[in-house]
Design a protein around this ligand. Sequence first.
Ligand code: APR
Ligand code: PHB
Length: 394
Amino acid sequence: MKTRVAIIGSGPSGMLLGQLLLNAGIDNIIIERKDPDYILSRIRAGVLEQGTVDLLREAGVGARMDEEGLIHDGFKVAFDGRSEHIDLKALTGGKTVMVYGQTEVTRDLLQTRKGAGGLSIYDADDVQPHGLQSDKPYVTFVKNGETVRVDCDYVAGCDGFHGVSRQSIPADKIKVFERVYPFGWLGVLADTPPVDEELIYARHERGFALCSMRSPTRTRYYVQVDAQEKVEDWSDERFWGELKSRLPEDVANRLVTGPSIEKSIAPLRSFVVEPMQYGRMFLLGDAAHIVPPTGAKGLNLAASDVNTLYRIMVKVYKDGRTDLLSKYSEICLRRVWKAERFSWWVTSMLHNFAGTDSFSQRIHETELDYFVSSETGRKSVAENYVGLPYESID
Ligand code: APR
Ligand code: PHB
């Protein structure tokens, strides 16, 4: 087989890149080790920055998002018996976010690719990129017992944190930056009406809690739990009780509970690899960086990597601008590190770090108080939450 861009991984990064390239007439093949049902079974975050929304529209996958997605002008931060409103729209000169689940984004991308006749190979075993430092890279995989080879111009490593792409770069050619947090998020999805029209991020001495939603009838709630906690030990009843104990009384009183339709624990991690390129292979999304979910940046960072590589590829194929290829990593990393900083910072302010000295605890409380009480502080939080601007490629 032969293509221009071989894309490893069919998550949001791989499919969004594939769709944009396809629309621009740049042929690509997606090679994925799982099947579409598995890909659609993963429940992930649900807040899209304006830049992500615009990119999905540009890719031609925004119709259902525009119909069903919920535009949020702001969110709330609850702590110390107070509830503070962050008016994103007013603080950023009109910017907002869209609440639309990543699972739905993925479903829209899968359908659009199918409709456009883009080739995706699922259930591919032993996927391996080769010849990345040559001008003739290729990817091999095993399907139905046979080894298949895909020759290409470039490889896009969109295969997530555990993927093969990053692992095929020699260890002495990359630098890893990592922080693992001593807690995770226990998340519950339920068919109940949201407790508030906006998202509520709550800091509490028992730990962080988040009230989010997927639609006017479906909610997503989280509570901070110790990293060793087991999901089997959390009955629905225990979860709702714990959530209510961390919310302001009026919110807890109006919270509607119901049976969970999904329940899982996600560990929290910050991770960046530098550079995000090795020869003719580019890393995108979770393959290159992970953020704790507190800032709602994971999918949005993946989209900004896609935006950068897509615009470079168009210039490469249309104008012969191969000089731009070596800029990919530095352009992405400037934005990645700012989102890493924001995600780490909001995580530090809102979570309970057991064992931290009392001075540090007070500093985190004071930092939160300062940032949500001052106009300048609120502006900084809002500008990061709606998403920092993309760099232009020229
Ligand atoms: N070969 C082929 N495919 C692979 C391999 C491999 N060796 N390893 C992993 N994959 C596939 C996975 O099965 C998955 O479908 O790559 C895909 C990676 O998808 P994601 O993990 O969703 O990563 P990405 O597309 O970068 O999406 C980033 O997802 O995890 C969230 O917070 C994150 O929201 C962000 C978004
Ligand atoms: C979610 O809805 O799953 C969600 C929302 C906001 C976050 C993280 C997760 O910061």
